[in-house]
Write a protein that binds this ligand. Structure first.
Ligand SMILES: NC(=O)c1ccc[n+]([C@@H]2O[C@H](COP(=O)([O-])OP(=O)(O)OC[C@H]3O[C@@H](n4cnc5c(N)ncnc54)[C@H](O)[C@@H]3O)[C@@H](O)[C@H]2O)c1
Length: 300
């Protein structure tokens, strides 16, 4: 398949990542169909695309795009709760929850719905592409396309080459990413690839330091910014990512590597079980809310 053959893109999931990924494709001219398990979730996703913090209205306010352009972009996005509506997509990007069995089931169903040539890409944070690809019969057209949060803004796409991913599949993903002004960097498969393996141990260590009473949440965030120049501290970043996603990733990384550096401390599990999932829809709040701390997000 040539990059120009990607005339329609399917995005699975309309949550934190899915809606931003769908917006990115539509903004750069790709007709996009966004799938989720309920109409309500899809409507929330569309609302975020239109008027969310990183949505199109912000680009209109900044003068980056006109109101007409905004409407044109929204017009390129259709929504569906039927997986079969993705049958004529040349590229499907999956951004469903970080649960192995759920993703495997989705890909296996999509494998019988989509055309032979269609490329499947997973936005998994760390599940090995080799494992996900094995639930399909298209290992050569299966690839990791790991976006960063918020996907509308962040430039990197970590492109994960599975054991059978073909050069032409990589070329399509590189080219499509470039068309959206992203920077695709290809890595080989392994739990967490580069970026999640790197960031996960850092985040878990920050939680442990807090759990051991060595420093507070706000202080750790402030120190991370002041000492290392990070744009966000580990607790602010986790709230943005979603604490349930963080927990899924940590459990997976620990299960695969048996390295305690990746394992989730009790403080994280406690928040997730209590419904504190970060800044995402349906959450009670994040680290700062649970501990009743006033964030000082301007502190650099
Ligand atoms: N949050 C981040 O910062 C981030 C960054 C990079 C990668 N990721 C990865 O992206 C993926 C999605 O994460 P997210 O943060 O958008 O999660 P999310 O929980 O915000 O969104 C997941 C969406 O998938 C939908 N969903 C649930 N069951 C489904 C099913 N059976 N089929 C299809 N959709 C279903 C949910 O309704 C929800 O809208 C995960 O694999 C995650 O690890 C997340």
């Amino acid at each position: 398949m040539n990059p120009s053959d990607v005339t329609k893109v399917g995005v699975i999931g309309s949550g934190v990542m899915g809606h931003g990924i769908a917006m990115s494709f539509a903004r750069y001219g790709f007709p996009t169909v966004m799938y989720d398990i309920s109409e309500d979730l899809l409507k929330k996703g569309l609302e975020s695309i239109s008027s969310g913090k990183f949505g199109l209205q912000r680009l209109v306010s900044k003068g980056t795009i006109t109101e007409d352009k905004k409407n044109e972009i929204i017009g390129r996005i259709s929504i569906t709760t039927k997986l079969s509506d993705l049958k004529d997509c040349g590229l499907v990007v999956e951004a469903a929850p970080e649960i192995r069995s759920l993703k495997a089931k989705l890909f296996s169903e999509l494998d019988s719905i989509c055309g032979q040539d269609a490329i499947f890409a997973s936005n998994t944070s760390g599940i090995m592409i080799s494992e996900l690809a094995s639930s399909t019969r298209r290992g050569d057209r299966f690839v990791g396309m790991h976006w960063f949060n918020p996907p509308q803004v962040m430039k990197l796409v970590e492109v994960v080459r599975g054991p059978e991913t073909s050069d032409s599949t990589l070329e399509v993903i590189r080219s499509v990413s470039g068309a959206m002004e992203k920077v695709p960097i290809v890595v080989n498969d392994g739990p967490g690839f580069f970026t999640t393996r790197f960031i996960n141990s850092w985040l878990m260590e920050a939680y442990r330091i807090f759990e051991q009473g060595i420093a507070g949440i706000k202080e750790i965030d402030q120190m991370s910014k002041l000492a290392f120049g990070f744009p966000m501290g580990p607790f602010e970043l986790s709230d943005l990512i979603g604490l349930d996603t963080m927990l899924h990733v940590a459990d997976y990384m620990f299960e695969e590597t048996k390295d305690r550096a990746y394992s989730a401390p009790t403080v994280l599990k406690r928040l997730v079980l209590a419904g504190y999932l970060g800044k995402k829809a349906g959450s009670k709040g994040g680290w700062y809310d649970y501990y009743g701390i006033q964030a000082d997000r301007n502190q650099k």
